[in-house]
Structure formats: C-alpha cells, structure tokens
Design a protein around this ligand. Sequence first.
Ligand code: SF4
Ligand code: SF4
Length: 387
Amino acid sequence: MKHATLSAETDLCVKCGLCLPHCPTYQLTRNESESPRGRLSLMQAWANADLELSPTLRKHIDSCLTCRACESMCPALVPYGQLVNEFRSATNAKTSSLSLIIKKTLTSRHIWLSKTLLRVYHSSGLSKLLFRRLAKFSGNQSNPGGFATHYSANGEKKGQVALFTGCASTLFDNKTLADAITVLQRCGFDVDLPSQQVCCGALDLHAGDKKVYRAFASQNKQAFDASAYDAIVSVASGCGSTLLEYQPKTNAQVVDISQFIEPYIATLDLRPLASTAWVHTPCTLKHVFPKNNAVADNLSYIEGLKLNLFDKNQVCCGSAGLYMISHPETSEALLNLTLGVIKTQPTNYLLTSNIGCALHINAGLNDAGLNTQVLHPVSLLAQQLKD
Ligand code: SF4
Ligand code: SF4
C-alpha cells in the first residue's frame, strides 16, 4: 500500500458511470482512462501498489482539467478534486518549466517583477498563446495593483466586506476590481483590500505543490483574520473556489460577488441597455460554489438587455488555470465547443465571472472575427449605474 487515504477514498466510487457524459476529456476522447471513473481506478491501483507510476499514468491524470463537473454529478459524493490534487502532490507531479515561469509571473506579489518576467517571456517568443490571451486585457490596465486599502460605502452603510483581489485580476483585469469596488460601495458596503493578501494558491494546488499552496493559505488566513467582515468577496470564481477550501478563520464567508450583491441589486439605479449578452458560467462557479442564479438574476435588472444562457451541461471552456498552456490542443478543442454555441447567436457581450475563462474565450472570439466584448458581469452593472 503506497497511500492509504487515496486508496480508501477512491474506493467510494461505485463505478456507476453517471459522471462520464459530463467529463470534457471523456467527451472528446471516449477513452475510459480519460474519464473520472477511469482516473479514479488508475489512482487507486497506484495507491494500492498495483500499478507503477508511468508516463502514461501521469498523462491521464494530468489531462484532467480539475473542472469538477464529475463531482457535481456523483451520487456517491466522491471528492474527486481533492483526490486528484492529493495524487499529484503524492507523486510530485512535474510542472513544465513553461508553466513554472507563468505561475511565478502570475503569483509574484511584486508587480514590477511580474511585468519584467512577462516582458522577458514575451521577448523570448516562448508563448504566443499566452500573449494572445493577455493582450487585450492587459491593454485595459491603467494602474495595476494601485488600489487603496479602504473604500467607503456610498450613502447609508450596510456593512463592511473584504475584497480578494487575486494575482491574475490584479495584473490583467483591474477594471473588474475597480468595477466591483464601485458596485459594492453603491450597494452600501465599505470595501477593504487587505494589503497582506496573496495568491489563493490554486495553480500550486492543481500542480501538486502543497507546500507552496499551504504557505499561501496560511498568509491569506492571517490577512483576512483581523477584522469583522460581513463577507470575503471574490471576483474570480477560480480564486474564490480555492479560498473556500481553506475558509479564513473568521465569521466572514467567501462569497462570489454576484451572489453577494443579489439581495441589494434592486436598490441600484441602472440605466437601460438595448443589447445582447451570452452569460458564461465558469466551472468553479457552477460546480464549487453553492448553486444559485445570481448572475442572470442581477443582470435581469438592466432593462432592455437580452440574455442568452448556455445549456447547464455546457462543458469547461478549456481555460482551467495553466491547462490552456500545458494542454493547448485539448484546450482549443473545448474552446471551440463553447465558441460553436456562441456563434449560433452572436451577441454584443460575453459575460463571465472568471479571469482565466475571460482571457481564453476572448482570444477565441477575436480569432473567430466576432465583435463581442468580454466583461465580468459586475462590470456591465457598473457601466449601467446612473451617476
Ligand atoms: S474534473 Fe473535469 S476533466 Fe477531470 S475527470 Fe472530472 S469532469 Fe473530467
Ligand atoms: S458518478 Fe461517482 S460513483 Fe459514479 S462512476 Fe463517477 S465518480 Fe464513480
């Protein structure tokens, strides 16, 4: 026996196969080893010392997007995401040097270092793919990371929240952060951005580097521990879902921004907008956060805006953290499935609640020649606020 916990927990799987149709890699390959059930069997065989750690075994586990669609569907409540991360950690999954550079770049607390690494990376010509995805978004940045640590509520104060900024949003999408602050203020909340917060640790967790992940978790627990907040609000569901794993020890819950503002949305004075939008739900929002329709419900308060909703079984767009870099072919194939749906009814906006999905889908829309603006839903709400 190599790993008793992994052996016991993979045994929870009753091999019913209900998860298979919901798994993006199984949909593409029809290969059992590329399905949740198959991967659980492979990990269990390794944990029981019945199977050696081979490149083929690694390949099947590495090709998992950790989208957790399987977990949502599983009647036996197999904690699939936790198990695959445990396997990667126990087997010292090797992250490619390319992914390591990107990870270091995104998670550095020093904006100047991140920018320098990006410049070096860019000039080396190593990743056209990454830069295709970042170009449009980073062009929107005016002063990345240049936020104050406190913003006061507009009007009567209803409470106080902490905003988790996240490394990718701080670097490439401070428009969403600024819009989130504006909307939270208009909902009546003081907004704190604790300066000691760091990366959520998702990239390290999924790469099997638990040591670094735990260090980030510990730092964030301290950063969000001191004050009594009504909530810790996240604007990127990928980061928020990781924060949920280690809920900072405070009464404040980690909440996605759309869910948090839902009770206050009717109090916002919004201008009508005669326009159309697809509402994309990132896997982390769909499969990890408590289920609700807050995004679409909030947007329905913009009079004249016509919303297109994806089928609830729509699979991962292929972004999945560093997956779009480490597995470009699968990532592109999944992106095309998402684009195929969008192309049936092109819209003015594509609204998504996760920075990784936004970058990935934005690149696909540009390549397809579609004139669709990609925004976080909270940015559209901020745009429509009356002065
Ligand atoms: S996490 Fe996603 S890609 Fe991985 S096995 Fe589950 S459904 Fe498939
Ligand atoms: S749905 Fe759950 S129990 Fe059924 S095969 Fe998939 S992981 Fe196993």
